[in-house]
Design a protein around this ligand. Sequence first.
Ligand SMILES: Cc1cc2nc3c(=O)[nH]c(=O)nc-3n(C[C@H](O)[C@H](O)[C@H](O)COP(=O)(O)O)c2cc1C
Length: 264
Amino acid sequence: MARRLDAFVTKTVTPEPREGNAPVRIAETEHGMLNAIGLANPGRDRFLAETLPLLRTLGRPLWVSVGGVSARDYAETCALLDDVTIELNLSCPNVDEAPESAAEIVAACRAATSLPLYAKLSPATWDIAGTARAVEAAGADGLSLVNTIRGLALGPTLRPTLARAVGGYSGPALRPVALAAVYACRRATQLPIVGMGGVQTGHDALELLACGATHVALGTVLFADPDAPARVRTELADELERAGFATPDDAVGVAQAAVATVEN
Ligand SMILES: Cc1cc2nc3c(=O)[nH]c(=O)nc-3n(C[C@H](O)[C@H](O)[C@H](O)COP(=O)(O)O)c2cc1C
């Protein structure tokens, strides 16, 4: 399946190895999924020595998701990477996603690498458009929108299902949230936007394009349907044709035309 993707995005890599949280780390809900994986990853040294060479055998463009606590953590990992696109996961635990902090991380990474840099933002902020503008000014080449939002599920005995109680909520319920974030950031910046959040069908992908995404990524749907990328691509082509768009680019931002001004 992965060999047919346009690009493959890794799980977030941090400077040190992380075992992640204890189980239960994943819970299904009616309209989405909760995860509290806790950024489990082998750390950047093993990632570079073992994981990345394996991923290269896919023969697909790779996006490496970089995480950390300080701007220096992020920048040091960026400096070690080559021949990939970098996605800065700015929604890591203990990372403040205020525009100034996000911009500080992006600026440090910009100074450390000339590779393409995408800033991945969480929608759980008052002013995502402000953060988008700040990371653009700091040298980001694009935005990835959106990361999960915080959620909690209870089991039959009214105890939290996840061992950590709270986790990141993804899947269909996140779709309107993602559309709003893409919509706001498209108005705020010129940056290309990878839209994601609850995409299950070609129509869902088309809506993200209409709000201003230039690319679409899939996450949660892959658990239920590993062939979703090929299916969504085919469905999107049908949807575009039905709506009278010659290319996906023609659909980008069409939802914007209707409104003159919008609040964040
Ligand atoms: C099990 C799981 C693990 C995830 N791990 C990461 C991660 O390591 N780094 C990151 O930036 N986002 C991570 N995400 C967030 C997704 O990349 C995506 O932003 C989010 O789930 C919304 O898209 P979706 O509804 O299509 O899943 C994870 C999501 C899930 C469900």
